[in-house]
Write a protein of this length. Structure first.
Length: 153
C-alpha cells in the first residue's frame, strides 16, 4: 500500500533536523548554513545544490516579507531524507497564503512594472521536484523536495 503524501500530515520515517528562526532577513545565512550541512550527506550535483538553495532563500524571503505584516514571527525549517528525497518543510503562523495559487509571472508585466512579485515562487516550484502546501493548526506548511540519494560511506 502506498504511503499517504506528506501534505496529509504524515510523519517522515527518516531522522528530522529542525531550526527555528525569527522571520528576519538577517537569518537567511543561518538558514542556508543549516540546510547546506544536511546536503553534505547526499549525492547532489552542484546544480541541484544551487536549485535547493535558491528555492529555500526565495520561499523564506517571502515569509519574512509578507507573512507577518507590521510584526515579526518565527519560521521553523525541518529537513529529512526519505525514499531518496531531501525534504524541506517551512512553517510559519503568519497570514494564510498558498503559494501554489500564484500564477506564472509574465516577463512583459514584470519588465514593464505592471506586476511585482511571484518570480521567486515560480522558480522554487520549477527548481524543486516536489512542492506542496497545507494550512493546519493556523500554520502555513510548505513542503518541498529534491530527489537525492544518500552518500555512500
Amino acid at each position: 500500500m502506498p504511503k499517504p503524501p506528506l501534505s496529509a500530515g504524515r510523519r517522515p520515517a527518516g531522522p528530522m533536523k529542525t531550526l527555528q528562526v525569527k522571520s528576519e532577513l538577517r537569518e537567511l545565512d543561518r538558514i542556508r548554513k543549516f540546510v547546506r550541512r544536511r546536503l553534505r550527506d547526499l549525492e547532489l550535483s552542484e546544480e541541484d545544490i544551487y536549485k535547493v538553495d535558491i528555492s529555500l532563500v526565495e520561499m523564506c524571503t517571502n515569509i519574512m516579507r509578507y507573512a507577518y505584516p507590521g510584526s515579526r514571527g518565527d519560521i521553523t525549517i525541518r529537513t529529512w531524507h526519505e525514499d531518496a528525497r531531501l525534504y524541506l518543510e517551512l512553517r510559519d503562523d503568519g497570514i494564510a497564503f498558498d503559494p501554489r495559487t500564484v500564477k506564472k509571472p509574465s516577463m512583459r508585466e514584470m519588465l514593464s512594472g505592471e506586476r511585482m512579485g511571484g518570480l521567486g515562487i515560480f522558480l522554487a516550484r520549477r527548481l524543486m521536484d516536489g512542492f506542496d502546501y497545507r494550512r493546519q493548526d493556523a500554520q502555513n506548511i510548505l513542503t518541498m523536495y529534491k530527489k537525492a540519494a544518500a552518500r555512500k560511506a
